[in-house]
Design a protein around this ligand. Structure first.
Ligand SMILES: *[C@@H]1O[C@H](CO)[C@@H](O)[C@H](O)[C@H]1NC(C)=O
Ligand SMILES: *[C@@H]1O[C@H](CO)[C@@H](O)[C@H](O)[C@H]1NC(C)=O
Ligand SMILES: *[C@@H]1O[C@H](CO)[C@@H](O)[C@H](O)[C@H]1NC(C)=O
Ligand SMILES: *[C@@H]1O[C@H](CO)[C@@H](O)[C@H](O)[C@H]1NC(C)=O
Length: 891
């Protein structure tokens, strides 16, 4: 038997024993018997309780009592509790273990109490322990004493399943659990918030609890489950707090999400419910809660998902899970990761003409990029499918959205040589566009079309000829030569040398004999085919006779010819025409003059004498040499005369039906230019330009005669007309002059542009630059004057001081000084420190110069000079006496 201790019982028993002792003393000499305390014959006790029954002998002499014992309901003697013996226990290392006590207590045992009583101790009453228990003893070895007691058990009201807080779910039926155990059976009724609950549609009282149909939030409250046992009079209440829970509902989660690779990303999954649901995110592919991944953060309360730096692998479906005590709900969404496209494969390809060639471009990105192509240098991209303008070309596109890859293939059926070239692959998605360029090489058989139009090769006088043969073709063609049907090999003929084997080969022919002037065949071969080209070597000759040469224009010193050359061969053109000429009186051609013209230039013979008869003969020249002289022509020059008309070098603007007009780009000046005409035997000494403003009224030209200007120009063929009026027509007559007279006038109409502002600007600029010079000079003079004045007044030095001193001298002395020029400043101080230069007569200044010319020019010495004519040489205006007016200023 195990150890057992009941200290509290022992105390009670001790008290009982004292009482019995007192009673013993009081009632001595009584009948020996046994008595059981408490005294009731039937002991009714709830299951699980502990119990002590004390058997006490009531005898005259307690010392004679022996064999006192308890027998249980099956008539077995109940043993006393074994003595407590403590054996020290040690563990394997020799450490003493703490004492273990009170574990294996027997369900019932006896214990001897002082005063010869024997207690039956039941630590926990069970239903099986019900029955009759005997206490027996012998007295004085003769008398057998016996008494009994009946132990009856009952089960008290116990809540076997009646939680004090219960959470039904909104919208569902729920049983508020209240499972009660009691023996005899209890009756149950319910109160809600203090009021009795009646069974009906809403509430049904059931064995295990109260059924609430279609739970609403208003069903929250305090429910009381009341259990009563009529037999025992036991009544027990249990208060149950009912709080209605709501299953979670995901209220916000987009169907698809879009993130950009490398960027951060956030989205929400919002859910309602009671209690507030806890939200988690699962990545479906990995079946992994994303909160465990580094770059992800999830706020379980708000459902906010953050991704720090989105990677391509984050692409996929995700499940948002909202969970509370009422339930779990989930919803899926797809995260698309926008990945910038990247072309990772584009190989150069080689195709063959007339066969199909295809170039493939592979690209990654999300969404899977669309791939197109375009030819390098072209803006236009190929459209998916067959091209409208070229049915040979088909663009195929394949997308693998799941893997974020796409492929584009450009297929060219019946490839042509023109398809050869660079092609750009363009991979495009929402994020960006990527490019890569590849090459399509189209191989083709050798081709000589580029050589079809080539002329024969010419040679003469046994010159070596270079027969050059270049074959187009990919891959490069190899070339062999044939002559008269036989291949030309090394050392076949020392006069035939082959340089190069392809794609170009030169056959150098040394035509030492007639038969080398012949046709040679160039044969080009590559893996795709063969082509042939004949090249002819021809003997070249000098040109034939010039067919005709006729004078077109004759002046006293020049003749211009029209020449019709001899027939030529392709590849052997005329490179020059030669003319020889001599005076007809001279019979010797060996002393004739020579002149050579390149073809198509003006064929002019110059330097002829007037009124002289000449012989001319002509010959043509080609690479071989000069042809024979032909077209013997006799022509005399006319007598000397005035020059030919000069030709103005301006391109007029031709208006409808109107005279051509030359437009000056300026409003106030115009530069007239012309070419030197034939002088007809006397040198040109000057040109005369006459120009008059005028108007055109009803097609009738009217000049303002009084505003006409006439200027002679020598040694140059340009003339700058200045001080013109804007937007005005000028009629210009240009004549050349020689000793014999004036040429006929070359007439043009010139119009100045509008542009008053331009004139004023120009004027202001002239004035201001002159003024700046004036101010500078005047300023220096003034400064000198002031310094001098100060010196004079303070230290009595300087020019002024000298002047002041001299002022006291005689006038004759002063005159002497004046002649030396030192006292001029004081004697005649300049009226203004800013002496403005007079108008500069640039370019003849026709509007003002006549006025100026009529006014006497005041020189510093006071002399008067009259100029009658003015000449212009393009830089300065000269007076007849040779003095330069433009430089004749008062400074
Ligand atoms: C493709 O061809 C282009 C142009 O001919 C060349 O520059 C490039 O290196 C080639 N690429 C490859 C991979 O051969
Ligand atoms: C032959 O002529 C070609 C030009 O047509 C030239 O490039 C080549 O060098 C020449 N060959 C020789 C050997 O002179
Ligand atoms: C083909 O010929 C060209 C010109 O002679 C040369 O530049 C090129 O390298 C050749 N190609 C090959 C593949 O031999
Ligand atoms: C013109 O050419 C011929 C032959 O070329 C030559 O004899 C003659 O001296 C030349 N005449 C002059 C004037 O140079």
């Amino acid at each position: 038997m195990g150890k057992f201790r009941l200290r509290s019982y022992a105390a009670v028993i001790a008290v009982l024993y004292m009482c019995s002792a007192i009673i013993d003393v009081a009632f001595a000499e009584i009948q020996p018997r046994l008595e059981i305390f408490p005294k009731q014959e039937v002991q009714r006790k709830p299951v699980g309780k502990s119990l002590i029954l004390t058997c006490k002998p009531m005898v005259p002499d307690p010392n004679l009592v022996s064999d006192l014992q308890w027998k249980d309901n099956l008539n077995n003697t109940i043993l006393p509790k074994p003595n407590k013996v403590y054996y020290p226990l040690y563990d394997s290392r020799g450490v003493r273990l703490p004492q273990v006590t009170g574990r294996n207590q027997p369900p019932m045992y006896t214990e001897t109490l002082p005063g010869e009583s024997l207690a039956l101790m039941i630590s926990a009453l069970s239903v099986e322990m019900e029955g009759k228990y005997y206490c027996t003893a012998s007295y004085a070895n003769t008398e057998l004493l016996e008494t009994s007691v009946i132990i009856k058990t009952y089960v008290a009201i116990t809540w076997t399943n009646a939680p004090e807080s219960q959470y039904p779910i909104l919208g569902e039926d729920y049983i508020v659990k209240c499972e009660v155990k009691a023996d005899p059976n209890p009756t149950i009724d319910w109160l809600r918030n203090g009021d009795p609950v009646r069974s009906g549609d809403k509430y049904v009282v059931q064995t295990h609890g109260l059924l609430i149909r279609n739970v609403q939030e208003s069903d929250d409250g305090t429910y009381t489950c009341r259990a009563a046992v009529i037999e025992t009079g036991e009544l027990l209440e249990r208060t149950i707090r009912v709080e209605v829970y709501i299953r979670p509902v995901i209220t916000y989660l987009p169907n698809t999400l879009e993130a950009v690779e490398g960027k951060s990303f956030a989205t929400n999954c919002t859910a309602t419910g009671k209690p507030v649901p806890e939200i988690s995110w699962i990545k479906d592919a990995a079946q992994q809660n994303v909160a465990t991944a580094d770059r992800f953060q999830v706020n379980a309360l708000t459902g906010l998902l953050n991704i720090n730096s989105v990677s391509q692998d984050d692409y996929g479906t995700y499940t948002c899970i909202a969970k509370n005590d009422a339930g779990v709900v989930d919803q899926k969404t797809k995260l698309n990761v926008l990945v910038r496209p990247q072309v990772y494969e584009l190989y150069n390809v080689t195709g063959v003409s007339q066969k199909e060639v295809a170039i493939t471009c592979r690209s990654k990105g999300r969404p899977a990029p669309a791939i197109t192509f375009r030819r390098w240098g072209s803006e236009e991209e190929y459209a998916p499918g067959t091209q409208v303008d070229d049915e040979r070309i088909i663009l195929e596109q394949h997308f693998d959205e799941e893997r974020g890859e796409s492929t584009g293939t450009l297929r060219i059926a019946r490839a042509m040589r023109t398809d050869d070239g660079l092609y750009q692959c363009i991979a495009r998605n929402k994020g960006d566009t990527a490019y890569k360029t590849g090459h399509i090489t189209i191989e083709f058989p050798p081709d000589f079309t580029h050589m079809k139009e080539l002329p024969p090769v010419f040679s003469w006088e046994e010159r070596k000829a270079n027969l050059s043969c270049l074959a187009m073709g990919i891959p490069n063609a190899t070339i062999e030569w044939r002559w008269n049907g036989r291949p030309i090999k090394d050392a076949y003929d020392k006069n035939l040398v082959i340089v190069g084997t392809g794609p170009r080969s030169d056959l150098i022919v040394h035509p030492v004999a007639r038969h080398y002037y012949s046709v040679y065949k160039c044969i080009a071969t590559n893996i795709h085919g063969t082509a042939e080209q004949d090249i002819q070597l021809k003997e070249a000759r000098i040109p034939g006779f010039v067919e005709a040469a006729t004078p077109r224009q004759i002046t006293a010193t020049t003749i211009t010819f029209d020449i019709r050359g001899p027939p030529t061969e392709i590849g052997l053109p005329i490179i020059a025409y030669n003319v020889q000429f001599k005076e007809a009186l001279n019979p010797d051609w060996s002393t004739a003059f020579n002149r050579s013209w390149s073809p198509d230039s003006p064929y002019i013979v110059e330097g002829l004498k007037p009124q002289t008869m000449y012989n001319f003969r002509f010959a043509a020249r080609n690479l071989v040499g000069l042809g024979n002289w032909g077209v013997n022509l006799q022509q005399s020059t006319p007598r000397r005369s005035a020059p030919e008309e000069p030709k103005p070098l301006h391109s007029p603007v031709q208006n409808d039906k109107e005279e051509p007009v030359i437009v000056s780009p300026y409003s106030d000046h115009f530069e007239l230019r012309w070419s030197v005409p034939a002088d007809n035997g006397e040198p040109i000494d000057f040109y005369q330009v006459k120009y008059c403003p005028g108007v055109k009224i009803a097609g009738e030209w009217t000049e303002f005669e009084n505003q006409c200007m006439t200027v002679d120009v020598a040694e140059t063929t340009t003339f700058e007309m200045s001080r013109l009026s804007g937007n005005t027509y000028y009629h210009i007559d240009l004549r050349a002059h020689n000793a014999i007279g004036f040429s006929s006038p070359a007439s043009i109409i010139m119009k100045t542009t509008r542009g008053v502002d331009v004139i004023q600007m120009a004027k202001r600029q002239v004035l201001s630059s002159a003024a700046i010079v004036g101010i500078a000079v005047g300023g220096v003079l003034l400064l000198l004057f002031i310094i001098d004045l100060l010196c004079c007044m303070t230290v009595r030095m300087g020019v002024m001081a000298t002047m002041c001193r001299r002022a006291k001298r005689s006038p004759s002395e002063i005159d002497d000084e004046a002649r030396l020029g030192s006292g001029q400043l004081v004697k005649e101080p300049p009226p203004s420190p800013l002496p403005l230069p007079p108008p500069v007569k640039l370019g003849g200044s026709p509007m003002t110069s006549p006025l100026d010319e009529k006014q006497p020019l005041q020189t510093p010495t006071g002399s008067i000079k009259q100029n009658s004519t003015v000449e212009f040489d393009g830089k300065f205006v000269h007076s007849r006496s040779g003095e330069i007016i433009g430089k004749n200023s008062a400074v």
